[in-house]
Design a protein around this ligand. Structure first.
Ligand code: ADP
Ligand code: MG
Ligand code: MG
Length: 194
C-alpha cells in the first residue's frame, strides 16, 4: 500500500504524541538497562520533528521522510538517534527512486538499520520490533497485540548490542527501550491507515 503525504505526516505526528505521553515510561525502561534518558531524548527529537513538519510543510514524500530523518538525527543523540535516522533516510531515498510501497519501505529500513548497527534479531534491540513488525505488515497480519508481543519478547533476551550489553545476564528481565518506542511508531501507522 501507499501512504498519501498527509497520511505520512499524520503518522509521524501521531508517533510524537505517543512519545510525549510516555516520556516517563520510556525513561524508566531505559533506566533499568541503559542510561535512563531515552524518553527525554526521543521526545526532544519527535517534538522538533513535529515542529519541522508543521513549519517547513514539506510537499513531497521524500522530503517528508528526509525532514524526519535529519531532524531526528540532529536532536535525539545516542544510538537510537542514528538508527531512527537511518530508517527514515532509507525510506526517503527509496521513495525518491520511485519505490513507494510502504511494505517495502519498512522492510528495507529494517535491513539498513541491521547493517548500520551490525545487528540482527535476538540481540535485544529495536530490530526485534522492526523485523517481525515490518514482515507482519507486509503480510497484512500486523495487529497491536502482535506489536506489543514483540516488545514483550525482548524481555527475556540478553542484550548483545549497545550500552545494555555491558550488563550481560542482568539485561534479562526488562524490555528494550527502543523496541518500545518503535512500537508506538507501528501502532500509530495502524491507526493512520485504519
Ligand atoms: P544510549 O543508551 O547509548 O544513549 P539510546 O538509549 O538512544 O542509546 O539507544 C539504545 C538502544 O539502541 C538500545 O536499546 C537498542 O535498541 C538500540 N541499539 C544500540 N546499539 C545497537 C546496534 N548496534 N544495533 C541495533 N540497535 C542498537
Ligand atoms: Mg539509552
Ligand atoms: Mg542515552
Amino acid at each position: 500500500m501507499e501512504l498519501t503525504i498527509n497520511q505520512a505526516k499524520k503518522w509521524i505526528i501521531l508517533w510524537t504524541d505517543y512519545v510525549k505521553n510516555n516520556v516517563e515510561l520510556l525513561n524508566e525502561i531505559d533506566t533499568a538497562i541503559g542510561d535512563g534518558d531515552h524518553g527525554t531524548n526521543l521526545n526532544r527529537g519527535t517534538q522538533a520533528t513535529k515542529k519541522a513538519l508543521e513549519e517547513e510543510d514539506p510537499q513531497t514524500m521524500p522530503l517528508v521522510f528526509r525532514t524526519v530523518a535529519l531532524t531526528l538525527v540532529s536532536t535525539i543523540g545516542g544510538a537510537s538517534g542514528a538508527l531512527y535516522g537511518t530508517a527514515f533516510l532509507t525510506m526517503a531515498r527509496l521513495v525518491k527512486d520511485g519505490e513507494t510501497r510502504l511494505e517495502v519501505l519498512l522492510v528495507e529500513a529494517t535491513k539498513a538499520m541491521k547493517k548500520r548497527g551490525k545487528s540482527d534479531v535476538g540481540m535485544k534491540t529495536l530490530i526485534d520490533l522492526w523485523d517481525p513488525a515490518s514482515k507482519a505488515f507486509a503480510e497484512h497480519k500486523l495487529t497491536k497485540e502482535y506489536i506489543n508481543d514483540c516488545v514483550e519478547k525482548t524481555k527475556n533476551m540478553k542484550a548483545k548490542k549497545g550500552r545494555s550489553s555491558y550488563l550481560r545476564e542482568r539485561s534479562i528481565g526488562h524490555v528494550d527501550p527502543v523496541a518500545k518506542s518503535s512500537s508506538y511508531l507501528y501502532i500509530a501507522l495502524l491507526e493512520v491507515i485504519d
